[in-house]
Design a protein around this ligand. Structure first.
Ligand code: FPP
Length: 244
């Protein structure tokens, strides 16, 4: 089997994606296949996330966005939701020192008002502690939905027009993008989706207009640096024409 070292030699470090987005899918199936409860899949998935963040830092990637909880995930059992929230709190408190040492800046994409005070406090701590970092932009999508994000941006822009602060003719793609959670960040160049499903699931709908997709059957808890490097190498072998 190919090693991470071998893959690193194949990687062109001057031509990396600026922004990588990941739909961390397959945790539940990974656990069930091992006779475990679904929550253990999320626990194992947290380790994959740690490894991927570390690799993004090593490679100097500008932005990483991970889909950690969608607006649809509220339909899951109370037990699973609580477990996911507990995992998020644990992750943020455990990792914040190392993330800051690595100059990682945390940003949340999504509406966190629905979360408990404990979750909101952990998020506020992580944002506050990492706010002056200028290395990897690490975006965690939480209670995130692409349609909701676009609708909210539209609402804010419409209010500005109604208040006479913005002329309709001034609305263009750059202005619209500036009203999204990802304002100021480049659009994802690469979207990775593990676990064998080939869909977008309401993730970054505006931002992925020209994104390259990379799919694998591997479930997220089994996703390692090898897979991430493979995705980057495959990305580098694609010809991007942006409709031209
Ligand atoms: C999708 O797999 C995964 C999620 C809804 C949660 C992702 C969360 C983690 C990886 C935990 C670590 C993250 C943070 C930010 C601490 P699924 O449960 O839908 O899997 P399935 O399709 O096999 O059921």
């Amino acid at each position: 089997m190919v090693t991470g070292e071998e893959l690193l030699t194949q990687l062109n470090k001057s031509c990396l994606p600026r922004h990588v987005a990941i739909i961390m899918d397959g945790n539940g199936r990974w656990a069930l296949a091992r006779g475990l409860k679904r929550i253990f899949g999320h626990q194992a998935g947290m380790e994959s996330l740690r490894e991927v963040v570390k690799l993004c830092v090593e490679l100097g990637i500008q932005a990483l966005t991970v889909y950690a909880f969608s607006t649809e995930n509220w339909k899951r059992s109370r037990l699973e939701i609580n477990f996911l929230m507990g995992l998020l709190i644990k992750y943020l408190y455990q990792e914040i020192d190392e993330l800051c040492t690595n100059n990682v800046k945390i940003k949340i994409l999504g509406d966190i008002e629905k979360f408990t005070p404990e979750v909101q406090a952990a998020i506020a701590m992580a944002i506050e502690r990492s706010q002056s970092n200028n290395g990897l932009n690490f975006n965690i999508a939480l209670n995130y939905g692409g349609r909701f994000e676009i609708m909210e941006a539209t609402r804010v822009i419409a209010r500005k027009v109604a208040a006479g602060k913005l002329d309709v003719e001034e609305i263009n793609e750059a202005l619209f993008a500036g009203h999204l959670y990802t304002a100021g960040q480049p659009d994802p160049d690469l979207l990775i989706r593990p676990a064998g499903d080939y869909r977008v699931s309401n993730f970054l709908l505006w931002q992925i207009a020209y994104t390259e997709f990379w799919f694998t059957e591997i479930k997220w808890p089994d996703f390692s640096r090898i897979h991430f490097l493979q995705a980057l190498i495959d990305f580098q072998n694609r010809e991007r024409r942006f409709g031209g």
